[in-house]
Design a protein around this ligand. Sequence first.
Ligand SMILES: Nc1ncnc2c1ncn2[C@@H]1O[C@H](COP(=O)(O)OP(=O)(O)OP(=O)(O)O)[C@@H](O)[C@H]1O
Ligand SMILES: Nc1nc2c(c(=O)[nH]1)N=C(CO)CN2
Length: 173
Amino acid sequence: MTTAYLSIGTNIGEREQNLQDAVKLLLSHKEITVTAISSIYETAAVGFTEQADFLNIAVAVETSLNAFELLAQCQKIENDLGRVREFRWGPRIIDLDILLYNNEKYETENLVVPHPRMFERAFVLVPLEEIMTQKCGMLVSVQKALLALDIEKEGVKLWKKIATVEEFVPFES
Ligand SMILES: Nc1ncnc2c1ncn2[C@@H]1O[C@H](COP(=O)(O)OP(=O)(O)OP(=O)(O)O)[C@@H](O)[C@H]1O
Ligand SMILES: Nc1nc2c(c(=O)[nH]1)N=C(CO)CN2
């Protein structure tokens, strides 16, 4: 089973309804469970800015679909909801992007994960941080606290990299 994080956006028509319809279609798939959902954020359009404001959310899903099957399912939902592709970063009824798929990396023509632009987009990161806090709040709290500290000033430096317990304490037969 995999945990994946998706970003969903809309800026045409009944925007809240579009988000509900997309989540409903995710829920109705037998190999997808939605395990967390963010609040809805209204966001100014990024990229091509001469278009209506978006509503954006992030969701976490558990799925037995592989990353390419999950992408195909996201695209099917976009098509089912009547998305017409006009131009890059243009207005859309619905857009579903895969942000993260476990800790895996993909760099193919049709799929790049982590999503290549996610770390520069507040409309992605704000809802994503909300659901990551729901799922592993202490980790996010630790990372936020760490950002506020000056680690080197306190004299903490990496001395030896350890990847696994077995590497540090080898099993002796
Ligand atoms: N992680 C990903 N999630 C969704 N689509 C992806 C991903 N990586 C690559 N793609 C590809 O991107 C193509 C274009 O997708 P789309 O039209 O939704 O782009 P966009 O939303 O306008 O721009 P952006 O990719 O910057 O969000 C899709 O056909 C898909 O194959
Ligand atoms: N605010 C906002 N801007 C965007 C969005 C989006 O979902 N929200 N999606 C885009 C293409 O993926 C381009 N620009």
